[in-house]
Write a protein of this length. Sequence first.
Length: 719
Amino acid sequence: MRKSEIAKDFVESTQENSGSGINRRDFFRLLGGGILILFQPWNILDVNALPAEQQRSLPKDYNAFLHIAEDGTVTCYTGKIEMGQGIITSLAMEMADELNVPFEKVKVVLGDTELCPYDGGTWGSMSTRGFGPNMRAAAAEARGVLLELGAAQLGVPVSQLEAKDGIITDTKNPKNTVTYAQLTKGKKIEKFLDVKPPVEDFTKFTYIGKPYKHVDAQLKVTGQAKYTGDFKLPGMVFARILRPPSHGAKLTSADVSGAEKVEGVKVIRDGDFIAVVSENHEKTDEAIKKIKADYSFDEMKVNDKTIFDWLLKSDAAANVVRSAGDLEEGRKLSDTIIESEYHDVYLAHAPIETHSALATIEGDKLTVWASTQSPFGLQGGIVRELGFPMDKVRVITPFVGGGFGGKGVYEQGIEAAKLAKLIGKPVMVVRTRDEEFFYDNFHTAAVTKITSGIDKTGMIKLWDYNVYYAGTRGAETIYDVPNAKTTSYSGKRNAPSVHPFNTGAWRAPNNNTNTFARESQIDIMASKAGIDPLEFRLKNLKDEKMIACLKAVADKFGYVPGKTPGGRGIGVACGSDAGTWVAHMAEVKVDKSTGKVQVVRIACAQDMGLCVNPEGALIQMEGCITMGLGYTFTEEVLFEGGNILTRGFDSYEIPRFSWVPKIDCVILDRKDKAPQGGGEPAIIAIGAVVSNAIHDATGARLFRTPLTPERVLDAIRKT
């Protein structure tokens, strides 16, 4: 079976004709004989909020992760979802190697709460480094069980058997064979191993470590792939929900008479929850505008221009997360002291696919298809909010059109379920682009203050790092500094949020904030010391992984040392995220009359341990670099109190193809190490490496992202 056919089969088996809410028994009747999947659920989010009978725990049964059908096809089950990161391919590669079956015989079912083992959500670059080891261990045990069953079938000891391509062979009599399919046909396999076998050694991999194109690529580029908004069910209605004009607004009254007069539209009201539904989507758009609503307002007195003072003046809790040596001693040992303050702004996720959900109730069973990074979280949310029993709620996540952390929230799924319950029909909720921006859980604005010091030889002696409202991801000092302290300032427990709207994870959450500050400060010190920025970093590093990444990227870039600013427009930056070390070099051209910056080329090297699919990892790196240009140059959410002023791509500019520079990537060979995250690390240093390159080109130093032409020009004028 070709890879495109496997992907198509996955789509058909998990997405199409699923309105019946097929139960587990019927599912396996349709699959036919094979290993019985004994589902044992995991703990769900907010588990303590659920009744004891609905709390779930990690499955120890390997069957929860896989199924072997009568034709030898292996189905891999994962609660993770596919939003372009490529796990539909890489997890199949891992399963194929652990079971010793052909890659083409493995298909993957993702994000279905009725079929898959529980997962806390697809974020944090955890699919490969978190779920992967559990899945591989399950597959390794399944392989061991199959070998024992094969030994009994063939009448030879296990030590005399070899498993390859789903066939168990007697090594002393190659004609004496039995297939996995023959062993599992029509059987309920309940055999387990007391001693769990180790996972496959990297020297025996057939698929892992080799480049494979994403198996869903053809479906996606030809438009065949189905996303939530593509589904249709008989009798389905579209819904638009009355939304407030600001996050500080509260509904006081609503006149829905105008909406009720629109032909084919029904108004649904449950307290302050007001929606219009119709089989005609355009009619809902018309009707929602005819509702006359009044609001009271309780706005925070802050906007995008005053946010940084607002954060610094807030009543924050201080948490010292690292302390070494003595800061006063560091000051005494330093010949040069640098104090800097860095600002980062709110960012939107801006996925091309907006949040969407389709809900239907058949009998007492609710099924929801939703664009979410957390299908089990949505399932738990519906249980809590609407009172459905856990076993009567099924959430299915089709392909997701981008998430970046923004689809970890799932209100649209609860809204669709609530409306389906109220009106007894299938309901589709699709956010408009305006709603997508308004209800985003934005990357948080933040302030970082750093006081650092170096001696006459260019050794860092002082590092006092203070970050406000960005958290500590990426705040590690990295460099070898004898006198250092890192303090994180955040909202106090049970205190009102300092932000006027929701904030949350945004690809490598806030690591770009911390890396921008740290690597800019390091560059300032290198320039003050009169030392090449690469040499300065290497001089102050003991971290062998970071040193290796910096040397690798310098080699790939063809780096020639030089003090900054040198007029060449070359920058250096590095950092770590999700267990992966990363280093960048960039070359830019700056128009000093306009402040416009063109990135000519970027090189990136990363140590991510075992790289399962180099082709997929390369795509992730290139995607991170491209996306990173957005927060570097243009992306910023403008607001006044709780009113989001940035509501579309006309005012929120994401990277364009014309921006993309020449990109060169290096993945260090670490096959003997545990795999680490690949979906986020390469984005963290883009702001810093470009800013450092701008400084090298112009002598201007920028302390706030995005690096707009106006800000670049202003910095040049102040140089």
